[in-house]
Design a binder for this molecule. Structure first.
Ligand code: C2E
Ligand code: MG
Ligand code: MG
Ligand code: MG
Length: 275
């Protein structure tokens, strides 16, 4: 009896594994084609970031969107990690950077800071430097209006190359943000040695603030440490009025999230800034 159910779950496992591998293969192949064709399937969404003392937008994060013709919307949380296992990661990075810089360079810098996610794999190769600096050059986008978002894990056990890359970007005036802070396991000791400007506190952590005294104490510590070392704190994923009130209370500088605005097309971002 135990044996036959083992066999059934093994068979199911094999089927699921095969489907998983097939999906990966299709996604990789189609992502490659979409990038090569500059396909409409790939779009950029922008989410405004608000200053909490004025409640005005002061920055925007760009997020890639993929509307696959048969599979529908594919999340970047699925295809970015996949792209990191191949050379595709550099092409995705180039696509997002080029189109975002071009989108935002037109309107008299009214958008403030542009935040672009750069994946761990891209940062471990100095080619990313030339790519970013060349794009700033060709678009005319000012380096000090660009912010690179890197995840906590990408920098805490970073190879020397990554540190060199981050230092060089910063020497050019580009800002560096730690993304998804608070859910990883970095030591503060490692963090303060890095060239940083902004700490973005992760959405799950912000969501806990309402329920947990503990989370609030830690958040207050993060803000204290950040301000003592001259860093700006952005709360990510603020969805409710209560969460907003809490992050304001705890001294966060800026916030983004569905409470303010969902990631939207550039036209919507422009309206928000004009409005
Ligand atoms: P992230 O950089 O931490 O981006 C924030 C994510 O939270 C986005 O998910 C955004 O849509 C979502 N979000 C915004 N406000 C709220 C909120 O109030 N509540 C909740 N629950 N979520 C909110 P998205 O767009 O699905 O992206 C997921 C992750 O994929 C990003 O996390 C980032 O790590 C990666 N990613 C997205 N676009 C790019 C890109 O162009 N390049 C790279 N390398 N990674 C990207
Ligand atoms: Mg981000
Ligand atoms: Mg984040
Ligand atoms: Mg993330």
């Amino acid at each position: 009896q135990a044996k036959s159910s083992d066999r059934i779950s093994y068979a199911r496992f094999t089927v699921e594994l095969r489907q998983h591998l097939q999906r990966r293969q299709i996604l990789e192949q189609d992502m490659r084609a979409a990038l090569a064709d500059n396909s409409d399937e790939l779009q950029l969404a922008y989410q405004p970031i608000y200053d909490l003392s004025t409640m005005r937008p002061v920055a925007a994060e760009v997020l890639i969107r993929w509307q696959h013709r048969t599979l529908g919307a594919v999340s970047p949380a699925e295809f970015i990690p996949l792209s990191e296992q191949t050379d595709l990661v550099d092409r995705v990075g180039e696509f997002v950077m080029r189109n975002a810089l071009t989108d935002l360079v037109r309107d008299d810098w009214m958008y403030g800071l542009l935040c672009v996610n750069v994946s761990r794999r891209e940062l471990s190769d100095t080619a990313v430097l030339t790519r970013i600096l060349d794009l700033l050059d060709t678009t005319g986008f000012p380096a000090d209006r660009l912010c690179i978002e890197v995840t906590e894990s990408a920098v805490t056990d970073a190879p020397t190359t990554t540190r060199t890359v981050l230092n060089t970007l910063r020497e050019h005036g580009i800002k560096i943000a730690i993304d998804d802070f608070g859910i990883g396991s970095s030591s503060l000791n490692q963090l303060y040695r890095l060239p940083l400007d902004i700490i973005k506190v992760a959405q799950p952590f912000v969501a806990d603030l309402g329920e947990s005294d503990h989370a609030r104490a830690i958040m207050s510590g993060i803000v204290g440490m950040a301000h003592a070392t001259g860093l700006t704190v952005i709360a990510e994923g603020v969805e409710t009025t209560d969460q907003l009130a809490t992050v304001v209370d705890l001294g966060c500088d800026q916030a983004q999230g569905y409470y303010f605005c969902r990631p939207s097309p550039i036209e919507t971002l422009t309206e928000i800034y004009r409005g």
